[in-house]
Write a protein that binds this ligand. Structure first.
Ligand SMILES: Nc1ncnc2c1ncn2[C@@H]1O[C@H](COP(=O)(O)OP(=O)(O)OP(=O)(O)O)[C@@H](O)[C@H]1O
Length: 541
């Protein structure tokens, strides 16, 4: 049984206008194996999964499930077969409880309402991710929300669990807990399909992998026998750089901060907002400062305060250069040199129904050299707008049918590349970014990091707020964390060992308690602690 296919998708093709998203794809998954689906942005992974889960109809091909042809026309059909899917973006109602959310998602498949809560409790405990069914979603951490989505799948007679980029929102401890659950499922014969751009995790967890390129299967491998670099090569080919040298900023003394935030506190507007408490922060021209943290700890509120989405006429806590900006709108702040990449790419980063030309114009029209000439006396200069969109598409290797493509038709990673390119091309003085390479493939990550570092070296102040610790360690010159609306101290990145950052993320804001020869052990490696920590200018201690 173990060597037989649980799932065989064969000859799957799907054509979108101007793009063949899946081209004669075959995917085999055996009983009780953890299978990775890899591929660069736009390779066709999400399309294939949407076909399997009944969200998209293929033009051609068939699905064999436990040896029999299956007809999957909607998600309920997939669930009835035992296929569960956890999407990148959770679809949970904040004000409802865990049990109410699961009952809504599963409908009749949730079974008897009277026993649902006890089944949730029992199943979540059985798989090592305990949940209290009566808790409201708004009180849960991101890791706990993901548990709700997984337990929702496990309540059914699950035979295949599909996870799309499941670890990008988790802390390192939560990732290990998730892997334990997935291995337990595998032991019980359940198959797992794991979609990820984090190749070291794929190498640690997965038994086999299928690699897609430009809509076709380009290869297979056994991740445990490959290095992450070798897998990256299979995904992106030989021509794309897959690593960056660490190049920390060389700042000379006496440079004034471009961004300074002093004693910023906010009052929550919505029921689930976090109050920022006495935030002190600074970013100099020519440095990249990173803020780590588990989602929902005030990142959103800090971004809104800095971008001007939430203004505060009563305070004078935030300055760009020597200008107080608290009461200024986003447009006025952009005129002072702000560029902004929000976490939510569809909706805040781009307007889904607008094409790439219109989306390029949205934030560039009023901005410095780039915006110059895009309109004149109220008339839009279409040729110049098209040239700008084409420049971003070419330079940032955005895969799209053309500048007329709607933002919503781009794959997640490609839209992210477009938004980052649009903002970097404005040559800002202050680049504010949330989770800049979320869902972006390894080749594009390297290109984006290089572009950010180049901008820094030209004197831009860069602030990155991210849950991706690998990314923060790679590009930031100084690092701190946010927890419950408060900021930790900031130290030069090379003086922040992972355990210290983990403590800061959990709200323990002490500086290293280091004797000169002290060291932490992290992931089996000894990590020396700094002996002379320096705090950032004014960071709260
Ligand atoms: N609704 C749509 N209309 C037009 N084109 C689409 C649509 N959905 C996807 N595409 C195109 O199909 C191709 C494959 O997209 P898909 O989302 O499957 O890629 P992916 O491998 O999941 O990428 P990523 O890693 O960035 O999420 C992309 O070029 C995308 O632009």
């Amino acid at each position: 049984m173990k060597n037989e296919n649980r799932l065989l998708m064969q000859g799957i093709s799907k054509q979108y206008p101007g793009c063949k998203a899946n081209d004669d794809i075959e995917l085999q998954i055996k009983h009780g194996e953890i299978h990775a689906l890899l591929g660069e942005n736009g390779a066709g992974k999400s399309t294939l999964m949407k076909i399997l889960y009944g969200v998209v109809k293929p033009d051609q091909g068939e699905i064999l499930w436990n040896g029999r042809v299956a007809s999957i026309n909607e998600p309920a059909d997939a669930r009835a077969l035992g296929i569960g899917m956890v999407f990148q973006h959770f679809s949970l109602f904040e004000s409802l409880t865990i049990a109410e959310n699961i009952a809504l998602a599963l409908g009749e498949q949730a079974g008897q309402p009277a026993t649902l809560a006890s089944r949730i409790k029992a199943t979540s405990e059985q798989y090592g991710m305990p949940l209290d069914p009566e808790r409201r979603i708004s009180t849960l951490s991101t890791g706990e929300r993901q548990r709700v989505e997984i337990v929702r799948c496990l309540l059914l007679d699950i035979q295949l669990l599909i996870l799309d980029e499941p670890t990008s929102v988790l802390t390192p401890q939560e990732v290990q807990a998730l892997f334990k659950t997935l291995r337990q499922l595998k032991q019980q014969g359940c198959s797992v399909l794991f979609i990820s751009h984090k190749l070291h995790e794929v190498a640690e967890l997965c038994d086999s992998a299928t690699i897609l390129r430009a809509g076709k299967v380009s290869g297979h491998c056994s991740p445990k026998q490959e290095t992450p670099e070798a897998m990256a090569r299979m995904m992106v080919g030989d021509d794309t750089p897959i690593s960056n040298d660490k190049q920390r900023a060389q700042l000379s003394d006496g440079i004034d901060d471009f961004v300074s935030v002093s004693e910023l506190s906010t009052t929550p507007e919505g029921l689930f907002d976090i109050a920022l408490q006495n935030i002190n922060l600074s970013v100099k021209p020519g440095e990249i400062v990173g803020i780590a943290g588990v989602a929902g700890n005030g990142q959103e509120e800090l971004l809104k305060a800095l971008s001007g989405e939430q203004t505060n006429a009563k305070s004078s806590a935030i300055r760009f250069g020597n200008q107080v900006v608290d009461a200024m709108s986003p447009l006025k702040r952009r005129r002072l040199g702000l560029a902004f990449v929000p976490e939510d790419r569809l909706g805040r980063g781009a307007v889904p129904e607008m094409d790439l030309c219109q989306n390029a114009l949205l934030t560039s029209f009023d901005h410095g050299l780039v915006g110059k000439g895009l309109f004149d006396k109220g008339i839009l200069k279409q040729n110049k707008i098209k040239a700008l969109a084409n420049k971003i598409i070419d330079k940032y290797k955005v895969k799209a049918a053309g500048n007329h493509s709607q933002a919503v038709s781009l794959s997640g990673g490609n839209l992210q590349k477009f938004i980052i390119g649009r903002e970097i091309e404005q040559a800002p003085k202050f680049l504010l970014m949330s989770h800049p390479t979320w869902g972006v493939d390894i080749g594009a990550q390297v290109a984006i990091h290089q572009a950010i570092i180049k901008l820094r070296d030209q004197g831009c102040a860069v602030l990155v707020i991210s849950e991706d610790l690998d990314e923060l360690y790679k590009i930031c010159d100084r690092l701190g964390a946010i927890c419950d609306g408060k900021l930790s101290p900031f130290l030069p990145t090379d003086e922040v060992p992972l355990p210290l950052l983990g403590r800061w993320m959990a709200g323990d804001f002490g500086l290293p308690r280091a004797a000169p020869s002290a060291a932490h052990v992290s992931d089996g490696k000894v990590v020396p602690l700094p002996t002379k920590p320096q705090t950032s200018s004014g960071a709260s201690l």
